[in-house]
Design a protein around this ligand. Structure first.
Ligand SMILES: Cc1cc2nc3c(=O)[nH]c(=O)nc-3n(C[C@H](O)[C@H](O)[C@H](O)COP(=O)(O)OP(=O)(O)OC[C@H]3O[C@@H](n4cnc5c(N)ncnc54)[C@H](O)[C@@H]3O)c2cc1C
Length: 303
């Protein structure tokens, strides 16, 4: 084990948000280590949309270009691997990786994202990000006016149907079990010709992730081009919790207006704390987190 790898800041998570923070910090002459395990949440999506200058680009192309630009700053280093423990020390933090490397820093930034928890329905995971979609702003334009299903129930099913009806009127709401919509919600959906289906889904028939049909347990089928689904999620990385960082009731990291978590010296940016996830939001909060971490170090040292 090595204990001589000292940095000003360790960023855990080197996707859009972590790289954006690394750029702010590299440009602030800070010694930064970015540790990344290479599993961004959008890795199965063929095209990423709604991020200006990169609309329609492959997700990995955007992050590769970002990394190339950050590599220009000589005080930023990269480590490919998984951070498996984080300990608070007298002078900051000690991070251990799966391969047994130990790195230390004054400050810590989590840009570790979230993990979507997909239902155990054959075909669902294969279609995730290709034709099973989480967000109309990211992917709705490409399937506008197409036969579309939403898999949801209750208030979420109602609100999601209302939202997606902006992109298509050919819409079915699949409750995947008994409806928990209110009578009023059911009536409004009927008025807008959103068919409500309570049958349970058996599987998705698809070709290379492009859904063709939803097969129900009663063996009925419907043809669709797209499915929307808001996946439950968990934090991708357990280390913020192990350090004592508080979560919101929705399972996101709690941060203040300066990207600080509830543990001094620990910051967060990107999906791990943002409700409305997008590449643009991840980049924005990473850039701001970098500036706020730099300011905190300046304030501590310029006394
Ligand atoms: C299927 C899908 C499609 C999407 N499509 C779009 C789109 O078209 N347009 C758009 O704007 N947004 C889209 N999004 C949202 C967008 O992908 C996210 O908002 C964005 O990726 C968040 O960036 P991030 O850096 O916060 O997290 P992520 O991109 O998820 O990256 C987190 C990184 O942290 C690493 N990590 C986690 N734990 C550890 C650890 N312990 N040690 C080391 N590394 C760790 C992971 O390996 C990963 O590389 C999509 C999301 C999904 C799920």
């Amino acid at each position: 084990m090595m204990y001589n790898n000292k940095y000003d800041i360790i960023i855990i998570g080197g996707s859009y948000s972590g790289l954006s923070a690394a750029m702010s910090l590299g440009r602030s002459l800070r010694h930064v280590l970015v540790i990344d395990s290479g599993l961004p949440c959008n890795r199965q999506t063929p095209h990423s949309h709604n991020f200006i200058t990169h609309d329609g680009e492959k997700p990995a192309v955007i992050s590769a270009k970002a990394k190339t630009q950050v590599e220009f700053y000589e005080t930023v280093s990269f480590y490919n691997g998984l951070a498996i423990s984080a300990i608070k020390t007298e002078s900051g933090f000690e991070i251990e990786t799966q391969s047994g490397k130990i790195f230390t820093s004054k400050k810590l930034l989590f840009a570790t994202g979230i993990k979507d928890l997909l239902p155990d329905i054959p075909g669902f995971a294969e279609c995730w990000g290709i034709s099973v979609l989480h967000c109309p702003y990211c992917h709705g334009y490409e399937v506008k006016k197409e036969k579309t299903a939403i898999v949801a129930n209750g208030d979420m099913g109602f609100e999601f149907s209302k939202m997606i009806s902006n992109w298509t009127k050919d819409l079915k709401l699949i409750n995947n079990g008994k409806s928990t919509l209110t009578a009023e919600q059911t009536q409004i959906l009927k008025t807008h010709k959103v068919e409500i289906i309570e049958d349970e889904i058996e599987s998705l028939e698809h070709q290379n992730g492009n859904v063709q049909q939803i097969i129900f347990k009663n063996q009925t089928k419907i043809a669709v081009k797209a499915i929307y689904f808001k996946a439950p999620f968990e934090q991708h990385c357990p280390l913020p919790k192990s350090l004592g960082c508080e979560l919101t009731e929705n399972g996101l990291l709690k941060v203040d207006a300066f990207q600080k978590t509830t543990i001094p010296g620990v910051f967060a940016s990107g999906d791990c704390h943002i409700q409305a996830r997008s590449v643009a939001m991840a980049v924005s909060s990473g850039s701001f987190a970098g500036a706020m971490i730099n300011k905190e170090i300046i304030d501590e040292e310029f006394v």
